[in-house]
Ligand binder design. Structure first.
Ligand SMILES: [Zn+2]
Length: 360
């Protein structure tokens, strides 16, 4: 497995009052690596860096790819420009950001490529600060998604058990995750912009507790994985065998196709392309959950201000255009999205849909 301490060298990552992100990431990465090497003798731990040096995002992923690693854990520290009260942990898997908040995190982390030589050529003119660049994450079909989410879920559970605030498993377009060919997660261990959390992450105790939380999560993931596969997690070919759809299909994935269906497919009575194609293999009888955020007399453009940066889909009912976010067959996933959306849309509510029609 590969442990990736984010940033390093000329790239400090997020800056704090006492320390910088790169130092926190490295300390936790090393501690985690020591714990795994100690506790799981069958696992080979590889680091993308073990000192304060600059490593490009693509290089980090290639270290994992070239070593046939079967797991990639990238360690980062979060930061908000405004507001120092936000605290807590998030674990990301690769996907299309469902919220502006998640997109912002990916933009911040991806902007590390601006410090690389030839970044324009290397990343095919990807502009980390332009939301347009992230549309490509719409198209990603990630065969490792189920496992990545399983690990991310365990990591968030680990943080919660360690007494840290759990801000959830999320999806966004991280270049470093996109370039890896194995299950991969990007962990934000806390907010350096929160003075209390910064002190915790700068402390020996905090770093050890955070590393142990990830270590415990890794152990649970590995055990579960081995039980399901009947073989070691250290085998390269193992991840490929698991082909079934993720149990909790994240909203971000389905929203990608519903988004394209808004512009081309809908004319007259709404027809849920997503419900028919993407979810035909699930046991939900084509019933999906969405969060309705607003209703309009006229169709609105995708980038309408009223959407507050959210990606939406719509259906028509009673001559009105009803706009929704997310789409999932899992009620707990839509509940999570609903809670999130209520911050921007206090009147948002969950609906059930089948074949593009709302169910009562
Ligand atoms: Zn970072």
């Amino acid at each position: 497995m590969v442990i990736d301490a984010g940033h390093g060298g000329r790239d400090p990552g997020a800056r704090g009052r006492k320390t910088n992100e790169k130092n926190i990431n490295l300390a936790i990465a090393k501690r985690l690596g020591e714990m795994i090497a100690d506790g799981h003798k069958d696992v080979k731990v590889i680091y993308t860096r073990t000192s304060d040096k600059f490593v490009g995002l693509e290089t980090r992923a290639n270290i994992a790819n070239h070593n046939n690693a079967n797991l990639f854990i990238s360690i980062h520290t979060n930061s908000l420009k405004h507001g120092s009260s936000v605290r807590g942990t998030e674990t990301y898997t690769l996907g299309l950001a469902q919220t502006k908040e998640n997109l912002d995190v990916a933009m911040l982390e991806n902007s590390a490529i601006l410090l690389e030589d030839n970044y324009k050529k290397r990343y095919e003119n990807f502009n980390p600060n332009s939301s347009e660049s992230y549309i490509m994450f719409d198209l990603i079909q990630n065969k490792n998604m189920a496992q990545s989410i399983a690990l991310a879920t365990e990591i968030q559970r680990g943080f919660e058990q360690a007494g840290r605030k759990n801000r959830g498993v999320r999806q966004a377009g991280f270049l470093v995750l996109k370039a890896t060919s194995m299950p991969s997660v990007l962990v934000e261990v806390g907010y350096i912009s929160n003075p209390d959390e910064e002190s915790y992450m700068a402390s020996d105790k905090g770093r050890t507790e955070l590393a142990r939380a990830i270590y415990n999560a890794f152990g649970r993931y590995k055990r579960d994985y081995e039980r399901k596969q009947g073989q070691g997690v250290s085998r390269k070919e193992a991840p490929e065998k698991k082909k079934e759809e993720p149990k909790s299909s994240p909203a971000s994935r389905s929203s990608s196709s519903s988004r394209s269906s808004v512009s081309v497919q809908f004319d007259g009575p709404a027809r849920s392309v997503v419900g028919e194609s993407r979810h035909s293999s699930t046991s939900s009888n084509g019933v999906v959950y969405k969060v309705q955020i607003l209703t309009s007399d006229k169709p609105l453009p995708d980038n309408a201000r009223a959407f507050k940066g959210r990606r939406t889909s719509y259906y028509r009912e009673g001559g009105k255009y009803k706009y929704t976010c997310g789409e999932t067959t899992e009620f707990k996933d839509i509940q999570r999205l609903h809670r999130e959306l209520q911050k921007d849309f206090p009147n948002a509510f969950i609906i059930r849909m089948k074949d593009g029609k709302r169910l009562k």
